[in-house]
Design a protein around this ligand. Structure first.
Ligand SMILES: N[C@@H](CCC(=O)N[C@@H](CS)C(=O)NCC(=O)O)C(=O)O
Length: 213
């Protein structure tokens, strides 16, 4: 059995898959593609995923792109250490949240990156940054209200693995440009939940390598 995981540092979609692979304690070969060097556009990689996007998982010659397709495949082929709750209602809720993470957190995170990290200091617009913060705080408030227990869907699940990388990316602005981050406006339950994810035994391994310096 061979599993190869094509990864890009900082990609929240790739981080989701990485957390899932680790949660399932699978053996896999890890291939880091560097965006700056155009490695996702190299002919060898385009032969595997013509869209040139990570993550991609190759299992015994079968190449699967799209993080959600990958994690569903992992769940079907490697059911130990499940990614979804057993109970049908909790599972539906977890799937809803995982979809909401990509559908609603990712766009507000991208907007903040665009206005801060991806804009030269002299061109940054305080009004646009404040609007991006407001959109994020409105979205995070929804997630904070849902965190009535330790995890988003009762037990640790793919809902957590899908939401965390997008939310952690928002915190990256606090790390890199504290003046443009949320600072003390981070919701308390989100903070506590992030700490629980970060205490998982495999978490450290999955931190985007370029963040480690
Ligand atoms: N819907 C895709 C999104 C994947 C995606 O957008 N990957 C980005 C990194 S976050 C990428 O590989 N970009 C490289 C490029 O466009 O060259 C998924 O869920 O896997």
């Amino acid at each position: 059995m061979s599993l190869t995981f094509y990864y890009g540092s900082g990609s929240p979609y790739a981080w989701k898959v990485w957390l899932a692979l680790e949660h399932k304690k699978l053996d896999y070969e890890w291939k880091l593609l560097t965006f700056d060097r155009g490695e996702t556009r190299a002919p060898e990689f385009l032969a595997i995923n013509p869209r040139g996007k990570v993550p991609v998982l190759v299992h015994d010659g079968l190449a699967i792109a799209e993080s959600n397709a990958i994690v569903e495949y992992l769940e079907e082929r490697f059911p130990d250490s499940p990614l979804w709750p057993k109970d049908a209602a909790a599972r539906a809720k977890a799937r809803q949240l995982a979809a909401e993470a990509d559908g609603y957190i990712a766009p507000v995170q991208r907007r903040l990156f665009q206005e801060t990290l991806y804009t030269k200091e002299e061109a940054r617009d305080a009004t646009k940054i404040a609007e991006a913060h407001a959109a994020i705080l409105e979205e995070l408030a929804r997630w904070d209200a849902r965190l009535t227990g330790d995890w988003l869907a009762g037990e640790l699940s793919l809902a957590d693995f899908a939401a965390y990388p997008h939310i952690r990316a928002i915190r990256r602005v606090d790390d890199r440009l504290p003046a443009h981050g949320l600072g003390d406006r981070w919701p308390a339950r989100i903070n506590a939940w992030m700490k629980r994810i970060e205490a998982l035994p495999y978490y450290e391994k999955t931190i985007p390598p370029h963040w480690k310096g």
